[in-house]
Design a protein. Structure first.
Length: 73
């Protein structure tokens, strides 16, 4: 399934790389594409499990926040 999240706190290319590297550590997330203010990725995880994983990642990244975990068609 394809997902989309909005990300607050990204201001530069370094921010993009940090978010991408952090998301790549999740086994449940593949084919990650991070752009200014958003990320798109694939996952076979259940949405509730995916949210818990994303919550954990963003707790470790002070100053960055994600919202609107949406499944895309």
């Amino acid at each position: 399934m394809n997902y989309h999240i909005k990300i607050q706190g990204m201001h530069c290319h370094g921010c993009k790389n940090l978010i991408k590297l952090s998301l790549e550590e999740l086994q449940a997330v593949q084919n990650i594409n991070v752009k200014e203010g958003e990320a798109k990725f694939e996952s076979n995880a259940q949405p509730a499990d995916l949210k818990l994983s994303l919550d954990h990642v963003f707790r470790e990244l002070p100053g960055y926040f994600y919202t609107n975990l949406e499944r895309m068609s």
